[in-house]
Design a protein around this ligand. Structure first.
Ligand SMILES: *[C@@H]1O[C@H](CO)[C@@H](O)[C@H](O)[C@H]1NC(C)=O
Ligand SMILES: *[C@@H]1O[C@H](CO)[C@@H](O)[C@H](O)[C@H]1NC(C)=O
Ligand SMILES: *[C@@H]1O[C@H](CO)[C@@H](O)[C@H](O)[C@H]1NC(C)=O
Ligand SMILES: *[C@@H]1O[C@H](CO)[C@@H](O)[C@H](O)[C@H]1NC(C)=O
Ligand SMILES: *[C@@H]1O[C@H](CO)[C@@H](O)[C@H](O)[C@H]1NC(C)=O
Ligand SMILES: *[C@@H]1O[C@H](CO)[C@@H](O)[C@H](O)[C@H]1NC(C)=O
Ligand SMILES: *[C@@H]1O[C@H](CO)[C@@H](O)[C@H](O)[C@H]1NC(C)=O
Ligand SMILES: *[C@@H]1O[C@H](CO)[C@@H](O)[C@H](O)[C@H]1NC(C)=O
Ligand SMILES: CC(=O)N[C@H]1CO[C@H](CO)[C@@H](O)[C@@H]1O
Length: 391
């Protein structure tokens, strides 16, 4: 009970105060959009820059774009029917980082490795062209949240994608309690009741992520494994994985503002009730150079950059471990990551851990000091009967 109270107090104190002022809109300036169109635009004004977030589901593949501009820059979206056709900034972004999930990838893990080894048979399940239903959304000055679901025809399962942005730093409410800041957003993906391809008896499902940054394409993406201080926020997990663009890995371009990153715990959940017993392992593949398909929102957004300077990489994120019975054991996988620009947030000791350390160190110290004082006091105080003798 006390521990929980401490935890809540520390989370609240960490999350207090807003770093950016946010205004968000659904389908900005779209005359012909229906309830079936979802493009959320969030403008987050800070002290000396503005971060524009776009969350797009209009062409099927979930797409998140983050662009950093000066405070005076504004974004206008123009539409053709219910698809965004042009994104116009009044002032060119200083940096932009984007991510899309173009497909879910199924592989037949006959050797029961857990991860993809490139030798297993597999097939992509493209998300481009899929219809997404908006299940929930919150667009206030304290939070922007979007919950989308792509429904199955027949028995092909559902994919749910939840996006969250808070204008302040804190830990995400749900496990694995990732750190979010006013420079990053949260993505949570759930793969529910996906059916295996006929002939595959050891199916696992992975996500293909497409990462795009306005930086030199010759650079190298970096995967860092950071040892975490404690597992207070994500029980049983002591590591944090960071996928960084070259500029982010170099520590940011001029002013620390540039570069993009993904930060996540190497843990996924196999049941809606998240916990240590329902967790499994997350694996990432190598990064692969790739290109943008013409029919995507990323292509629309970066059209003018493609021949200038654009880093485009593919990476697969897969889930599971040997002997876990494959995807069909639970028919459920949920994975969370944050993505943002600038430097990835660093976990610090929370109030609770500091208190525990202080108490842990101070109790022996107090005992030692009080013991010494007691002994000294006894030594110094003249003994009653010796005083008698002196008389
Ligand atoms: C939205 O999608 C649903 C289901 O696909 C469909 O029944 C409905 O007519 C669509 N609404 C509009 C305005 O297109
Ligand atoms: C942003 O503003 C802070 C103070 O609000 C200042 O210290 C910092 O140098 C500014 N950064 C840039 C890149 O202008
Ligand atoms: C923003 O615009 C205002 C008025 O248009 C101007 O006074 C200000 O200097 C501009 N700021 C920047 C950073 O360009
Ligand atoms: C997945 O399948 C289970 C069992 O068939 C069912 O209870 C559950 O509602 C399904 N979940 C979704 C999201 O369709
Ligand atoms: C899957 O099928 C292959 C043959 O295609 C067989 O060798 C293997 O034992 C099967 N694995 C399981 C887990 O059923
Ligand atoms: C967000 O980025 C700005 C630079 O654009 C930086 O000054 C600020 O400290 C960052 N905030 C967090 C919480 O990392
Ligand atoms: C990366 O690309 C190479 C060659 O194009 C291909 O052989 C390899 O399978 C790709 N890797 C992944 C993880 O897609
Ligand atoms: C998962 O779905 C498959 C069919 O796609 C079914 O055979 C299996 O029993 C399901 N597993 C659970 C735990 O519901
Ligand atoms: C994308 C996908 O999983 N498609 C499958 C849906 O289910 C049918 C059979 O019910 C398969 O034929 C499809 O390949």
């Amino acid at each position: 009970m006390y521990l929980r109270t401490f935890l809540i107090v520390s989370v609240i104190s960490f999350a207090f105060g807003y770093d950016r002022k946010i205004t968000s809109k659904l389908n900005p300036d779209c005359a012909s959009c229906s309830e079936n169109t979802t493009l959320v635009y969030i403008r987050a004004d800070g002290d000396n820059n503005t971060v524009h977030h776009l969350w797009d589901f209009t062409r099927g593949a979930p797409t998140m774009i983050t662009a950093v501009t000066g405070l005076n820059s504004s974004l206008t979206v123009s539409w053709f029917k219910d698809k965004p056709e042009n994104f116009l900034f009044s002032e060119e972004p200083m940096y932009s980082f984007a991510m899309a999930i173009p497909e879910i990838y199924e592989y037949n893990d006959l050797n029961d490795l857990g991860h993809m080894d490139g030798r297993s048979a597999g097939r992509g399940i493209p998300l481009g062209g899929r219809r997404w239903a908006r299940q929930d959304s919150v667009l206030t000055e304290r939070r922007a949240m979007l919950l989308m679901q792509a429904r199955a025809r027949s028995r092909n399962g559902t994919v749910a994608v939840k996006l969250d942005f808070f204008p302040s730093s804190g830990f995400s409410p749900e496990l694995p309690h990732l750190i979010h800041t006013s420079n990053s957003s949260l993505l949570d993906v759930q793969l529910v009741n996906m059916s295996a391809t006929r002939g595959f008896n050891s199916s696992r499902f992975a996500l293909r992520l497409l990462l795009v940054g306005t930086e030199d394409d010759r650079g190298t993406m970096v995967e860092d494994v950071v040892k975490s201080l404690d597992d207070e926020h994500t029980p049983g997990v002591f590591e944090i994985i960071e996928l960084k663009t070259p500029v982010c890995a170099r520590g940011g371009g001029g002013g620390g503002g540039g570069g993009g990153f993904l930060q996540f715990r190497p843990v996924a959940y196999t049941e809606p009730e998240r916990g240590v017993t329902t967790s499994t392992v997350v694996h990432t593949s190598h990064f692969n150079r790739t290109h943008l398909e013409k029919s995507t929102t990323l292509f629309t957004f970066y059209r003018d950059h493609i021949n200038v300077e654009l880093l485009i990489r593919d990476v697969f994120v897969s889930f599971g471990e040997p002997g876990d019975g494959f995807y069909r054991q639970h028919n459920y996988t949920a994975w969370s990551t944050t993505f943002g620009y600038g430097a990835p947030p660093v976990e610090t000791f929370s109030l609770l851990v500091i208190l525990v350390i202080c108490i842990g160190l101070s109790v022996p110290a107090v005992l030692a000091v009080s013991g010494a004082v007691y002994v000294a006091a006894r030594r110094c105080r003249p003994h009653p009967h010796r005083r008698l003798d002196d008389h």
